[in-house]
Design a protein around this ligand. Structure first.
Ligand code: ADP
Ligand code: MG
Length: 521
């Protein structure tokens, strides 16, 4: 297929490989199609998994497009452009990687047929781009709006994202906490900063014990017994330091010979922490979080002052506490004044799994949430984390755009039909490319049907006919029948579909425009 030194290659070393013209196209298209083919069987709820074994024998079982492709160690440049489609899909929207890759492969397969009819690659590329532009507008037309209060639709979107992932058995439970989390951190303008979500994880507990905490869950417990355990409208002191016993006057080690002496010693210790505790009490603090130690001697004073005190708090949590409650982090307890305190609607003690935590909910300045994720083993936990991250992202983009559409091939069928209509007005050879693009879109429902063991031709005929009645009809993966995906709760974010169409088109066009491959040896 490749020939060495095609032409006067004065610039290339003898070892360089050069492939030109149709050979170059065929080479890239073949490689890209092979990649698409390799993930095709994983598409949809009835998709199969792949077991990937690396050179050191580590095994990954997954049906996640981007995971498969990134583990496959692909070297061919044409194939790599398709891998990049999956990677950009994952990083932009969190879902739809297999869809995008399969579509890119099919766009190239269709292009190959046009090339055989001697249609120029540039004409095909132009037609594809024109079709993709048109598709962008069409997507907005078939979209339905979804807003932050539409919890049912948001949960359906989350469940659809998790379909086919290894965590699918728990998708209802996980969808619920993902939607709670996204809604909790959305601001009034609908912007969602996932950085405001803290993910904590643990093994040894079942996935469905994962939960969402509307606020912070700070690891720790009260330092003393008699402290309050549930405070409304709490004023919170945040100390990045210790409450220390001051050095006693005598340097020498004191020998405590009798009970009186011991008592005196203890009282002196307690006296030495009084300054810090008094400062807190005067400021009006109900809660104290300290990164360092709180001396035993301070416990009873703190308890008497009605302060819930926690020490050894993680540095990251100290910073978050400041951000969430509006409090100023102090390094010296005695310097803590009323204007340093943060506030929160409720501070209470509890547990997450078997870890003691202090819940800080409804902080004064910013909405944050904590997702606590469990999985039986490290490997399961990894899968849960990946599924949660993808789902959070997809729900985020759905909400930010406020638009969703029917899954199960419904959107692709609607686009395909509308593009066929559009093609009629295009004319010339470019029209053939627009038609080819329309046909390529049907790879989604066709593959979903095949993977579920149904006849793809029958499914497509029935699907096209059903769209007389609306653009939300898609394939029921179980029965192979055609149903309204909105009624079935199979709903996808518009940005996921748009990104898939755009990145697949971009890669296909890029590959089509290449007619010269020069590789250094
Ligand atoms: P991707 O990597 O593209 O997200 P998936 O394996 O997650 O690949 O499959 C996504 C496709 O499966 C989408 O077309 C989606 O609409 C479809 N799908 C998801 N759940 C269902 C379902 N219950 N019935 C039919 N189609 C579904
Ligand atoms: Mg998916």
């Amino acid at each position: 297929m490749s020939r060495r030194g095609g032409g006067p290659l004065i610039l290339l070393s003898d070892d360089a490989q050069r492939t030109t013209g149709r050979d170059a196209q065929t080479m890239n298209i073949t490689a890209a199609k092979a990649i698409a083919q390799s993930v095709r069987t994983t598409l949809g709820p009835r998709g199969m998994d792949k077991m990937l074994v690396d050179s050191s024998g580590n095994v990954v079982v997954t049906n996640d497009g981007v995971t498969i492709l990134s583990e496959m160690d692909i070297e061919h440049p044409g194939a790599n452009m398709i891998v990049e489609v999956a990677e950009s899909q994952e990083s932009e929207v969190g879902d739809g990687t297999t869809t995008a890759v399969v579509l890119a492969g099919e766009l190239l397969a269709q292009a190959e047929e046009l090339l055989e009819q001697d249609i120029h690659p540039t004409t095909i590329a132009d037609g594809y781009q024109r079709a993709a532009n048109e598709a962008r507008g069409l997507l907005d037309e078939i979209a339905r709006s979804v807003d932050i209060d539409d919890v049912d639709t948001l949960e359906q979107i989350a469940v659809t994202v998790m379909t086919g992932k290894s965590t699918a058995d728990y998708s209802a439970e996980l969808a619920e906490i993902v939607v709670q989390a996204v809604r909790a951190v959305a601001d009034d303008n609908g912007r969602i900063d996932l950085e405001d979500l803290i993910i904590k994880q643990g093994t040894g507990r079942p996935i469905d014990e994962s939960e969402f905490v509307d606020g912070l869950a700070i690891e720790g417990e009260p330092v003393g017994e008699e402290m309050p355990d549930d405070i409304d409208d709490a004023r919170i002191a945040i100390l990045d330091g210790d409450i220390d016993v001051k050095e006693l006057e005598t340097d020498a080690e004191i020998e405590l010979t009798d009970a009186d002496q011991y008592k005196e010693f203890k009282e002196a210790e307690q006296e030495s922490v009084r300054g810090a505790v008094d400062a807190l009490a005067d400021a009006g603090a109900d809660v104290l979080f300290a990164s360092g130690d709180i001396a035993d001697a301070a416990e009873s004073y703190l308890a008497e002052s009605g302060i819930l005190a926690v020490d050894g708090v993680d540095q990251a949590d100290i910073a978050r506490l400041g951000r969430v409650t509006g409090g100023v982090v102090e390094t010296n307890a005695e310097a803590l004044g009323a204007d340093h305190l943060g506030t929160a609607g409720e501070v209470s003690i509890g547990t997450v799994g078997n870890t003691d935590v202090i819940f800080v909910e409804d902080g004064a300045t910013s909405d944050v949430g904590t997702l606590v994720i469990y999985g039986g083993t490290d490997q399961i936990l990894d899968e849960v984390e990946r599924a949660i991250a993808d789902t959070l992202h997809a729900v985020q983009v759905a909400l930010e755009e406020g638009a969703a559409l029917g899954g199960g091939g419904a959107a692709e069928t609607a686009l395909s039909l509308a593009l066929r209509d559009y093609a009629e007005g295009v004319g010339g050879r470019e029209q053939l490319a627009v038609e080819a693009f329309a046909e390529a879109l049907e790879i989604a429902p066709r593959t979903l049907a095949e993977n579920a063991g149904h006849d793809p031709v029958d499914a497509l005929i029935e699907l096209r006919a059903s769209h007389e009645g609306g653009s939300t009809f898609g394939l029921d993966a179980e029965t192979g029948g055609v149903i309204d995906m909105y009624e079935d709760g199979v709903v996808e974010p518009v940005p996921v579909k748009r990104q898939a169409v755009e990145s697949a088109t971009e890669a296909a066009v890029m590959i089509l425009r290449i007619d010269d491959v020069i590789s250094a040896a």
